[in-house]
Design a protein around this ligand. Structure first.
Ligand code: PXG
Length: 460
């Protein structure tokens, strides 16, 4: 079925794309020299089709977002109906729309207790910028204007706008534009495999949390506004914290009166086997960032959930907050989000991830542990990673970090599966609708690709 008006040859699309399209996180010259983009033309369930007719099983749910899978007529229908009824109206200056109101109530009920108010945007990046501005405003209102510094973690990903990228812990992103901005600090991530040395994961979890207290004491608690963390660091290579980590982080934030921000852009909407990563780890944050899975990527929407403490100050003393986007609370995006949540509930996708498909993925990944290239496997719900190393015994990485990852990702593509390579970890985040048989197929593709990569990099 192809009902869109876009028809062309692959070669012509590639040529136009190379000439005019600047892609995110892409070296345009390198892409052009390699022959140009792979053009994805259609998708159904967990399977993509490219312009040459090749089928690819999507182990990434797009970019960690298509939680209910592709081809959902219900979502298309609700968008169509909302567009006919009211395609756009804003939420500025005392107006609202039925879908933005109803989604607000729905999100307040769905998210953990104490997060009852929501501010909308269109991307995870702008949502995190909203949080940075709101936190700064909050501490000014509280009469503590010196509390302005944000603490984040290495390998964190929080977006690409100026404040969000400053929150990121990706040195390559910072290097290109003299970032981070002043007032953004980074500490060690709870990444046991790389940083844990001879410590047990539990002991290391305490040490990684202690890094927060050390940073607070170094800078002075009266200068620290907030700590931000993804419950599981997704784009950093699915870094799953030891159980001891989050309770300790929470304790430290409370001890020094530092706001806690949970960036749930990847973990939210069932990914970890609970509705939110905060449910999985018992985190009670002051803010939650939501995007991606909120609409399963069918339309752009983000939401900042604001906790009672901050909401009360804003309500009582804040006056007008001079902040907002044309598309804050876009009625079509909100209608799609509501329907998306309804589908997730009706099909028990969260329970299924927790009880069936998540454990199945974990078992499949465990089977890869014996592979000569595989140093570690990690998973929680339908987030997974397989880390390739040069020497398993000493947990030593390849010298040219990222090369094995790139090779393995290309093999996966050629073998009919899409996974991301982050450094030398293969990461996955398939649609929550994926079946056990489809997971078997995906991990079969990964195993074959690991074998081919082992040959390429000379590991027996
Ligand atoms: N927070 C987190 C935790 C994210 O993963 C963002 C914020 C920013 O969201 P927007 O909607 O502004 O992109 C993200 C986005 C990758 C990859 O390659 C990951 C993301 C985006 C693009 C690529 O892993 N995460």
């Amino acid at each position: 079925m192809n009902s869109t008006p876009f028809r062309n040859t692959t070669a012509h699309w590639r040529q136009m794309d190379s000439a005019h399209h600047l892609h995110p996180f892409t070296d345009t010259k390198e892409l052009t020299e390699a022959g140009g983009s792979r053009v994805i033309t259609a998708a159904q369930g967990v399977t993509l089709t490219d312009s040459e007719g090749q089928k690819l099983i999507d182990g990434m749910a797009g970019l960690w977002c298509v939680n209910v899978g592709y081809g959902r007529e219900e979502l298309a229908k609700v968008a169509y109906e909302q567009m006919l009824e009211l395609p756009y109206y804003n939420t500025f200056f005392g107006t609202a729309t039925p879908s933005s109101i109803e989604l607000s109530e729905r999100l307040a009920k769905l998210t953990p207790k104490g997060l009852d108010r929501v501010f909308y945007g269109v991307s995870g990046s702008d949502a995190n910028d909203t949080i940075v501005r709101t936190v700064r405003h909050f501490w000014n209102l509280e009469g503590k204007p010196s509390k302005k510094t944000f603490i984040s973690r290495e390998y964190a990903y929080h977006g690409s706008t100026m404040a969000a990228v400053s929150l990121c812990g990706m040195s390559a992103m910072h290097g290109q534009a003299d970032l981070p901005l002043p007032g953004f600090e980074h500490i060690m991530p709870p990444y046991w495999y790389d940083y844990g040395g001879s410590q047990t994961p539990e002991d290391f979890g305490h040490r990684a949390a202690q890094a927060l207290e050390d940073k607070i004491l170094e800078l002075g608690a009266d200068t620290i506004a907030a700590f931000i963390g993804e419950p599981i660091q997704g784009a950093g290579a699915v870094i799953i914290p030891p159980e001891s980590y989050w309770p300790e982080i929470q304790k430290i934030c409370r001890k020094y009166d530092i706001l806690l921000i949970a960036d749930e852009v990847i973990c939210g909407f069932g990914r970890t086997g609970q509705w939110f990563g905060c449910d999985t780890y018992g985190i009670e944050p002051d803010f939650m960032t939501l995007a991606k899975g909120i609409t399963s990527g069918y339309l752009p929407l983000s939401a900042v959930m604001v906790g009672d403490r901050v909401a009360k100050t804003l309500y009582d003393k804040g006056g007008e907050f001079y902040h907002g986007y044309t598309y804050s609370g876009h009625p079509v995006c909100c209608a799609v989000a509501l329907k998306n949540i309804e589908i997730m509930e009706r099909e028990n996708l969260v329970e299924r991830t927790r009880e069936e498909t998540g454990p199945h993925l974990a078992a499949l990944l465990e089977d890869l542990r014996g592979h000569p290239l595989v140093g570690e496997v990690r998973s929680q719900g339908l987030l997974g990673a397989v880390e390739m190393v040069k020497d398993k015994a000493t947990r030593t990485h390849f010298d040219n970090l990222g090369k094995a990852g790139g090779i393995c990702r290309d093999h996966c593509f050629a073998n009919g599966g899409i996974m991301r390579a982050v450094r030398d970890s293969m990461v996955m985040s398939p649609p929550l609708t994926i079946t056990k048989a489809e997971l078997d197929k995906l991990i079969g593709i990964l195993r074959k690709s690991l074998d081919q990569t082992a040959k390429d990099v000379g590991v027996a």
